[in-house]
Design a protein around this ligand. Structure first.
Ligand SMILES: *[C@@H]1O[C@H](CO)[C@@H](O)[C@H](O)[C@H]1NC(C)=O
Ligand SMILES: *[C@@H]1O[C@H](CO)[C@@H](O)[C@H](O)[C@H]1NC(C)=O
Ligand SMILES: *[C@@H]1O[C@H](CO)[C@@H](O)[C@H](O)[C@H]1NC(C)=O
Length: 490
């Protein structure tokens, strides 16, 4: 109430600049955050009507600027319109629609059981945290920026968006065009690289969602710990893909190749390496070659459907990985275009760099294992991955893989299609992250689940039984009430 009083006084003083602070301020970030906090504290983002208006504006941003966004994605990653549509634009539009359709229901208090004292009402209220920071990566620079944003806005927060400086063209659209659609008293885009982000993280936020590497995830969580700010960390890892002997190699090759080479392999949930027997490897290789040729032609470099590596640093890192094991398919690269051919490596040693780091490029090593048990041991010896895939015509094999391992997400005989279902959350476990989002899970992630009990203002006679001096009789009464879990007298 004090805050809104201040806001009112300010509105009554048209000469006062909107974000003039009471004291002199040097830090432009602090200014922005102060402005958002004031809007939040004044209750601006709480009404459902305001949230819906912001979501509709976000939907308009996507529709009005479709071509601009596709061009930006093509410039950053040579992303084809098809891949932009299905993995970035349509996905974001769907999230906006879903949130708009369900906003009322999601916002509703969730009643909890109360018995005996039916006069009490117990419920869980989903209330906004306040000021949310979303730090997004460059590989799906729209999807991984706007999908969390939908959840944060729907939940009634003020939001600071930090898009990746590496996907420059998309960053520009997000910084220059998106703010024209959203309410600027509650929303800001801040720019910069690692240094600026580090400075940003020194400030206090009420929630942080970060998508990126486990290395930077540690930096974010350390900074958040100083303020006890809760975090969702969407990290990566090496996603195993087990291929059973009992399978049709061409079917498996098609599916694995599409998901591996989609966005030139720069996908956190892509299959990172194949685990299979030497016999299955022999059957898979020609099938993978055939899939790659069918998808991208004899010269994949001239295919409009294959992406490029985001920058020189990533390109050099990936080119070095081509020296691991033996190239069975592909292996070509062209620095001037940051092109790396869809590649399959065999005879790879566990100790080589390609099996030590997340590949994040169009390179697929095959590691030999003799059995399902050996594959499971191999997986369980490593950090928990963000995703795990198992291909087999035997559902028993798929289920064993599911039962005996752990990962953020699991795909049986399919790639990361689960990401298109808003009914399923996306999130890691262990080294691949914590927390989850998508659809209603996003709303819940960005809401504090507040425990509420509203009791009767009267009935004091009934409640007096709990006060000292305690007697044997009142102790018995209370014990009975507690044991039967039927009372909220206490
Ligand atoms: C959204 O981005 C993630 C980034 O890892 C990507 O894997 C996913 O494919 C995208 N969504 C869809 C539906 O493709
Ligand atoms: C399973 O077997 C059927 C029949 O042979 C085949 O058509 C299908 O592609 C196989 N699926 C996989 C994932 O191997
Ligand atoms: C009272 O609450 C407990 C715990 O929630 C529940 O198990 C029990 O069925 C309830 N009793 C009645 C009469 O509703």
């Amino acid at each position: 109430a004090r805050q809104s009083g201040r806001a009112r006084r300010r509105a009554a003083c048209p000469g006062c600049p909107a974000h003039a602070a009471p004291s002199r301020r040097m830090d432009p970030i602090e200014d922005t955050l102060q402005r958002l906090r004031e809007a939040f504290n004044a209750g601006r983002t709480r009404p459902a009507t305001f949230r819906a208006a912001q979501l509709r504006a976000l939907g308009r941003f996507l529709q009005d600027n479709k071509q601009l966004l596709q061009d930006a994605l093509a410039q950053d990653l040579h992303k084809s319109a098809f891949e932009s549509d299905i993995s970035e634009l349509i996905l974001c539009e769907n999230e906006v629609d879903l949130a708009l359709r369900n906003l009322q229901a999601w916002m509703q208090d969730k009643p909890a059981a109360t018995n005996l004292t039916k006069l009490d009402s117990a419920f869980i209220r989903k209330e906004p945290f306040g000021l949310v920071l979303i730090i997004a990566p460059w590989n799906y620079p729209l999807n991984l920026t706007l999908v969390p944003l939908v959840g944060a806005l729907a939940a009634g927060n003020c939001v600071v968006l930090k898009p990746s400086e590496i996907s420059k063209a998309t960053e520009k659209v997000l910084a220059e065009v998106l703010p024209q659609y959203l309410d600027q008293s509650c929303f800001a885009v801040l720019l910069g690289g690692p240094q600026e982000t580090e400075q940003l993280l020194e400030h206090k936020f009420d929630y942080i969602l970060f998508t990126g590497s486990p290395r930077v995830g540690r930096i974010v969580m350390t900074a958040a710990a100083k303020h006890l700010t809760p975090v969702t960390l969407e990290l990566g890892g090496k996603n195993p893909c087990y291929v059973d002997d009992n399978c049709d190699p061409q079917t498996v090759a098609n599916r694995v190749a599409w998901f591996r080479y989609f966005n030139a392999g720069q996908t956190c949930v892509a299959p990172d390496y194949i685990l299979c027997s030497p016999e299955t490897q022999e059957r898979l290789l020609p099938a993978l070659q055939s899939a790659i040729t069918r998808f991208y032609g004899d010269d994949p470099q001239s295919s409009p459907d294959l992406g490029r590596i985001i920058n020189q640093k990533q390109f050099q890192r990936l080119r070095a990985l081509l020296g691991c094991g033996r190239v069975a398919i592909g292996g070509q690269s062209d620095e001037s275009q940051r092109y790396i051919a869809p590649t399959v490596l065999v005879d790879v040693q566990e100790t080589e760099p390609v099996m030590q780091e997340e590949i994040f490029g169009p390179i697929l090593p095959i590691v030999s294992v003799r059995s399902l048990d050996e594959a499971i041991d191999f997986i369980n010896r490593r950090e928990k991955p963000l995703a795990l895939y198992a291909f087999s015509n035997s559902s028993q094999v798929v289920n064993q893989m599911l039962d005996r391992t752990s990962s953020g997400n699991f795909g049986g005989n399919e790639g990361f299609i689960y990401m298109t279902l808003p009914s399923l959350p996306l999130g890691g476990v262990g080294n691949s992250g914590m927390g989850r989002y998508h659809g209603k899970f996003s709303f819940d992630t960005f809401s504090h689940h507040r425990t509420c009990l509203l009791s009767h203002a009267g009935l004091e006679k009934l409640k007096e039984i709990r006060y000292p001096p305690y007697t044997a009789w009142t102790q018995q009464m209370i014990s009975w009430a507690l044991a039967s879990q039927s009372c909220t007298l206490l």
